[in-house]
Each structure stands twice: as C-alpha cells, then as structure tokens.
Write a protein that binds this ligand. Structure first.
Ligand code: 5GP
Length: 111
C-alpha cells in the first residue's frame, strides 16, 4: 500500500484542501513553491503509463479540480502542473499524482 493510499484512508495525516468521490488534494510535505499541492485519484493507479481508456473521465475531472484549486489559491498569474512517471523522471510514490505548483516564477526547462 502506498503512502498516498494511507492518506486517502486517513491512516496518516495530511493537510487536505479538497476532496470529492473521485479525488483528493493535499499540500506536499516538502513544498517546492509557496503553493505546492498534490492532486490524486482515489483509484489506485500507479502512474500515467498505467492509465487505461476507462480512466479518461477521471483524468479530465482531476484537471477541472486543478483548475478550480488554481483559482482558489490565487494562481491566476501562472501555475505549473507536473506528473513524474517512472524512475528517470524521479517518481517516488507509485500512485498517480499531479503536482500543482505556483506562487513564484517557475523556471523552464525543469531540471
Ligand atoms: P514524486 O516525486 O513521486 O513526483 O512526488 C511525490 C511527492 O510526494 C513529493 O513531492 C513528496 O514531497 C510528497 N510526499 C511524499 N510523502 C508524503 C507524505 O507523506 N505526505 C505529503 N503530504 N506529501 C508527501
């Protein structure tokens, strides 16, 4: 069981900022920007490469939640959505998650 599943199940605490039937959003424990949220599906999907056609609506829903959170956290000047997939990308938790980063200028290209 991943740490994110434990957060979904309330087995470990997190600063949860949004929840509905399909997804959960909480503050990253090691924030890389003034606003650094993680938006995750409740369904256990390990990464982007494990998505299937039946997840289409779920992923679309998550992006609309991200849009809403960006407004709520006053990120109208810009924000970044990042998903790391696999070892080389630095994915450390094998439960699909979208980083929502903002509140400072974000450099490009990323490291
Ligand atoms: P990844 O490196 O897999 O793309 O991102 C995993 C993220 O989860 C990291 O930014 C890390 O700080 C965050 N994280 C890991 N464990 C926990 C935890 O127990 N609670 C919270 N809130 N964030 C976590």
């Amino acid at each position: 069981m991943t740490i994110f599943k434990k957060i979904i199940d309330r087995e470990i605490p997190a600063d949860i900022v949004y929840e509905d039937e399909e997804c959960l959003a909480f503050r990253d424990i090691n924030p890389q920007a003034p606003v650094h949220l993680l938006v995750i599906p409740k369904k256990e999907i390990s990464a982007v490469d494990a998505l299937s056609p039946e997840d289409k609506t779920l992923v679309g829903h998550i992006f609309l939640v991200i849009q809403q959170l960006a407004k709520e956290f006053s990120l109208e000047d810009g924000f970044r959505v990042v998903t790391n997939n696999g070892l080389l990308a630095g994915q450390t938790v094998p439960h699909l998650h979208f980083h929502l980063l903002g509140g400072r200028p974000l450099l490009w290209p990323p490291g």
